[in-house]
Design a protein. Sequence first.
Length: 255
Amino acid sequence: MISTAKRFAAVPLLLLAMGCVEAPNDARAPVTSASFSDNVNTLAPGSGTSATGTITETETATGTRKVRTVPPPKLFDQAFRDASAQKHAADIAKLRQAFLNLGPGVDPEEAARAARVVYTYVDQLVIEYQIEDSSPLAHNTKVNFGQKPRGLCWHWAHDLDIRLQMERFKTLEIHRAIANYNNLRLEHSTTILGRRGDRMEDSIVLDPWRNAGELFWEIVRKDTRYNWTPRDEVFAYKRAQKKRDAEEEEFNSPI
């Protein structure tokens, strides 16, 4: 019988193993906020290439602006994307309509293209991430122990964000958000897509992680499972907390 103390001591290790924390300036997770990328329009729709062969990523928070470039993703062939689109035809039609329902001004062609891109690219990531478990936490553990290449929540959010950047949407806007950054629940990251100019809360959560590669989507304010906060606000909070912790440690250190 494991003692109560030992069981409680194991909890932090278990949370660490299953964890999915996205940190500012984390070299493992290039920062990205596609909606505010100045050079995203250098990309041709669906091409995956630009004048420099890269996609610009930006992070803006509390007066700072960081920019870096990453290569665009290599897409699976057209036959794979067509088969995926056929498999998800009914769901793609529903997501297309959801984008149109966001209000006037959403281009029907962009709504249809966005819905198709999201579903077909999620199918590609399922293969690339080697998703085998029905529990995303089980897959997280394998990623964190080096048994799987990717598949943490911020991997999904980052890769889907970059893929959506390739489409140069004019009437749709990409957001990034994080939930549970300031409580004891597991932190979670996502990509959000909405009508350009609308609040993030009125846009659509695109979350393949929570159902282990099966896309979940819903209006942000109707997502009862997570309370989403814009990622730049979360990063600003984390930087301020890190600064406070460092100052407290310095104050408490013996002279």
